[in-house]
Design a protein around this ligand. Structure first.
Ligand SMILES: [Zn+2]
Length: 80
């Protein structure tokens, strides 16, 4: 069994591999733009902050999926 991890966006796929996931966007394998690593740690995050609420920008209160490079910790963000 190799289930696809819950991800953002219609053409984003994350496949479990080793300690993290391999990320594919629209069928293209994604490597870290900094160091070239292909393993990422996936995590869901909330985008809402008190500051956004203060400025009446609640529509920006969304979730995103972040992919943190396992080698250099660079983070790729994808809004849900
Ligand atoms: Zn990296």
């Amino acid at each position: 069994m190799n289930p696809t991890v819950n991800t953002a966006g219609p053409c984003i796929e994350a496949h479990p591999a080793g300690q993290g996931v391999l990320l594919q966007v629209c069928g293209k394998q994604v490597a870290c733009p900094i160091c070239g690593e292909t393993g990422f740690a996936a995590r869901k995050v909330m985008l809402n902050t008190r500051k956004l609420t203060f400025f009446n920008l609640d529509f920006l209160n969304k979730t995103a999926t972040i992919y943190r490079c396992l080698r250099c910790s660079h983070v790729l963000w994808f809004e849900d």
